[in-house]
Design a protein around this ligand. Structure first.
Ligand code: HEM
Length: 132
């Protein structure tokens, strides 16, 4: 998730200056809110599942991190109720992020905590690139 930036000395920097977080214009925030509203009402769960089908196809080792994924086949994934539940958690997280676009300091703390939890789950940094 790229939560902590390295300084030249290699130290973690978790409190950058405020300006560093003022990275979205009001127009960009509006665009995010509008597109998220359309996405979550029209495509929400099926597109969420597609993210995981893509992730597990490109990187099968990612599937082993999920206790409820027994096999990486389209049939299994599309009928896996626990995976749907997981997709719902992901979508709720994204909804929270959109709701707090005006408070990037809060979002940064949330993202940092999520990154810590994912590190505990065993997710490697490069695996986040696949889900982009
Ligand atoms: C921006 C991308 C991602 C977001 C927003 C996200 C979000 C979440 C959320 C909200 C949860 C629910 C539990 C919690 O809050 O800690 C979760 C759990 C989890 N995520 Fe992610 N995730 C992302 C990417 C990934 C990737 C790339 C992987 C693996 C390669 C992954 C693996 C997991 C695993 C193993 C769990 C625990 C599942 C379980 O056993 O319940 N996540 N994620």
């Amino acid at each position: 998730m790229g939560c902590a930036k390295s300084t030249p000395k290699g130290e973690a920097s978790v409190n950058p200056p405020r300006d560093a977080l003022e990275i979205l214009t009001d127009g960009q925030k509006d665009l995010l809110r509008t597109s998220w509203e359309a996405f979550r009402t029209e495509y929400v769960l099926t597109d969420g599942i597609q993210i995981y089908i893509h992730l597990f196809t490109v990187d099968p080792s990612a599937a082993t991190l999920f206790s409820f994924v027994e096999e990486v086949s389209i049939e299994h994934l599309l009928t896996n109720e626990q995976l749907f539940g997981h997709v719902w958690s992901l979508l709720e997280y994204l909804d929270m992020a959109i709701t707090h676009l005006d408070d990037l300091h809060y979002l940064r703390r949330e993202a940092f905590d999520l990154g810590v939890r994912h590190s505990i789950y065993g997710v490697r940094n490069e695996q986040f690139q696949v889900s982009r």
